[in-house]
Design a protein around this ligand. Structure first.
Ligand code: ADP
Ligand code: MG
Length: 302
């Protein structure tokens, strides 16, 4: 599921404007994270006429550890991430960066400390290089861009473009000749999976940030590409503080803590082995998926 044209959430960090958020006590510096990020009894709904999306979520994300968030569609995973990035404030409860309530932190200050791939990421009518580097212009050095692209599985697809990293990309597909390949101003269009890889590279470029958040980084990729991306991400996440959302449970099993969100509440939490032994919803979901992946001649693709 992609929404290329909807400029809802992902803006270059320094441009991102919160919607109707007030920061108490004026701007203050946010110290580097040391202990962790914590949600305390967080309740959230998008509108008073709409149902609660999060219903009293308590969650601690310890510094330096990897956390995975899983749950069915609509469980509230992406919403939780938007609260972590302060696109919204909780209706009740609070989110804390170490001891600091996010309501006291100007959003640009917070987002400068995070690297985030949103599920409804943005794509830009810019070159491939700029699509990866946007919002982190100080990192536009070639080596950094290529490293991030390699990690995201985007390097090969970019080098295959007519002008490599300098190819102008376009979100708009021109039919029949109008702005075709002969027209350098028209830009090259990418597939959904290719945009996904560029957006992932954009997040991975910010490797020095305190917290890496990836919401469905392999959405839109085929099974083989998904496997490869997750294998590289696993190595990249080792020793880094990260929050990964994925519907692909085999990709989250190495996380230090796996959290299951169900109906706006955290219903299970633990390591993969603990959750499997508990025999709850996670175990059932994992078993169903694993069965789908057993090598069966007629059903290799899930
Ligand atoms: P998940 O990421 O787990 O699939 P989401 O956080 O995207 O779940 O969505 C949780 C619920 O919030 C869903 O019912 C969804 O329809 C609703 N929702 C998500 N975004 C918005 C929005 N911008 N406005 C209103 N409702 C929303
Ligand atoms: Mg989501």
């Amino acid at each position: 599921m992609f929404s290329y044209h909807v400029a809802v959430t992902e803006l270059p960090d320094d441009l991102a404007l919160p919607r109707a958020l007030t920061t108490r006590e004026g701007p203050r510096n946010l110290p580097a994270l040391r202990r962790g990020v914590e949600l305390r009894d967080v309740w959230f709904r998008y509108d008073e006429r709409q149902p609660w999306v999060l219903k009293g979520v308590d969650l601690f994300i310890p510094f330096g550890r990897s956390l995975a968030l899983v749950g069915l569609n609509g469980a509230g995973k992406s919403t939780l991430i938007k609260l972590l990035c302060r696109f919204y404030d909780p209706v009740r409860g609070s989110v804390h960066w170490d001891g600091t309530d996010l309501r006291d932190v100007p959003p640009p200050e917070l987002r400068a400390r995070m690297a985030v791939l949103f599920q409804d990421f943005m794509s830009y009518d810019l070159t491939a290089r700029e699509n990866i580097g946007v919002g982190a212009l100080e990192l536009l050095g070639d080596d950094e861009i290529r490293r991030a692209a390699g990690l995201a599985g985007a390097h090969e697809l970019v080098t295959a473009l007519p002008r490599g990293y300098d190819t102008l990309l376009s979100r708009i597909f021109f039919a029949d000749g109008e702005g075709g390949e002969d027209d350098p101003a028209a830009g090259t269009t990418l597939s959904g999976g290719q945009w996904q890889r560029l957006a992932l590279a954009r997040a991975l470029l910010r490797q020095s940030r305190d917290l890496l958040v990836l919401d469905e980084p392999s959405a839109g990729l085929d099974a083989q590409a998904e496997y490869e991306v997750h294998a590289r991400l696993r190595a990249h996440r080792a020793g880094r503080m990260s929050l990964l959302v994925s519907h692909r449970l085999s990709a989250v099993r190495e996380a230090d803590v796996i959290v299951l969100l169900d109906g706006g509440r955290i219903t299970e939490q633990g390591t993969h082995d603990e959750l499997m032994a508990a025999g709850g919803a996670y175990e059932r979901l994992f078993t169903v998926q694993a069965r789908g992946y057993l090598p069966q001649p007629a059903a290799a693709e899930s």
